[in-house]
Design a binder for this molecule. Structure first.
Ligand code: NAD
Ligand code: ZN
Ligand code: ZN
Length: 336
């Protein structure tokens, strides 16, 4: 099979011919139809984060395809079913987090395309219990970005406790942000979109943003305060400065939800203002299998729109450059 492999951290990816993996106990073998490029895959290949993947490895955690074989004991799914392989590759199923609906916090979890091989390949094996069935009404092409960008931002809006009529600022209208703003609208928010690129802000308008702010040409904190301030700010831009600006745009009682994971791993927040203004700072990591089912159901019901462009896996290095340059309208998806 063809696969894109990170040979060593920081190196360009290599297209290699590898044997099709065998599904082990409790695993399924998935023939990939579509595989999204999340900015996380770039962080993974670059070794940007404190906990690093072990090279060589195959990135990718927005994999959608058809089950071709079952490993011994796999009994949840059947051959021929279409499923999604998400960041949460597996979890223990028995710890207090797993038992309380917080499997995304499980300390024994494996992560697709990071601690185990992922979806930048014609085939991947995955845990039968943790792949999620894709409804017939959702194409594989659309399902791919929903599998990380969708579920992550849907969960971020949930944990923000956004209420109807409140103002939500979405910082960074990339793969995650273009879906985040749609979920914030579904939850009843008034949405202010922030990015550095006018093309992204035009897209945000098309997808329902009420206001847009270009943080390259305008001070976003002043602009958002002039619009009444944010009850919720969701930080999806890969820049600590953008996190600080998102915090600065909050009204009293406001909630900052941190989602992006810049290599530069620190932000400065004032203690005094956080205390006196009753502000919250919340971290949010992907979403559960149940959250992803809800994301698929919303899409099947016509409530969300996925903006993505198709690419070939052999173009992977150029695709990384495209994403880093800010030129991509939302998501790139490898088609097989
Ligand atoms: P992306 O590159 O598609 O989007 C980032 C967007 O931010 C771009 O539109 C860019 O123009 C914009 N931007 C950059 N600097 C900005 C600034 N200073 N102000 C405003 N906008 C700015 O990336 P993505 O795939 O959407 O991922 C975003 C981040 O989220 C990455 O760090 C990724 O690793 C992380 N992520 C986190 C989770 C999680 O569960 N917490 C899940 C998926 C991705
Ligand atoms: Zn992702
Ligand atoms: Zn667990």
């Amino acid at each position: 099979m063809q696969a894109a492999v990170v040979p060593t951290l920081g190196a360009k990816l290599e297209i290699q011919q590898l044997p099709v993996p065998e599904p082990g106990p409790g695993q399924v073998l998935v023939r990939m139809e579509a595989s999204g490029l999340c900015h996380t895959d770039i962080h993974a290949a670059h070794g940007d984060w404190p906990v690093k993947p072990t090279a060589p490895f195959i990135p990718g955690h927005e994999g959608v395809g058809v089950i071709e074989a079952l490993g011994p004991g796999a009994s949840v799914h059947r051959v021929g079913q279409r499923v999604a392989i998400a960041w949460l590759g597996s979890a223990c199923g028995t710890c207090s987090y797993c038992l309380s609906g917080w499997e995304t916090l499980c300390e024994s979890q494996q992560n697709s395309g990071y601690s185990v091989n992922g979806a930048y390949a014609e085939y991947a094996v995955a845990d039968d219990r943790y792949v999620v069935t894709v409804p017939d009404a959702v194409s594989s092409f659309d399902a791919a970005p929903l599998t990380c960008a969708g579920v992550t931002t849907y969960k971020a809006v949930k944990v923000s406790n956004l209420r109807p009529g409140e103002t939500a600022v979405i910082v960074g209208i990339g793969g995650l942000g273009h879906l985040a703003l749609q979920y914030a609208k579904i939850f009843g928010g008034r949405v202010i979109a922030v990015d550095l690129e006018d093309a992204k802000l035009d897209l945000a308008r098309q997808l329902g943003a009420d206001e847009v702010v270009n943080a390259r040409t305008t001070d976003p904190v002043e602009a958002i305060r002039a619009l009444g301030g944010a009850d919720v700010a969701i930080s999806l831009a890969v820049s600590p400065r953008a996190f600080e600006q998102a915090y600065g745009s909050l009204r009293r009682g406001g909630r900052l939800v941190c989602v992006a994971l810049p290599a530069d791993d620190a932000m400065t927040v004032p203690i005094f203002d956080t205390v006196l203004s009753g502000k919250s700072i919340i971290g949010s990591i992907v979403g559960t299998r149940k959250d992803l089912q809800e994301v698929f159901d919303l899409h099947a019901a016509g409530r969300t729109e996925v903006i993505a462009q198709p690419r070939k896996l052999i173009e992977v290095n150029d695709c990384f450059e495209e994403v880093l340059s800010g030129r991509v309208p939302a998501r790139l998806v490898f088609q097989f």
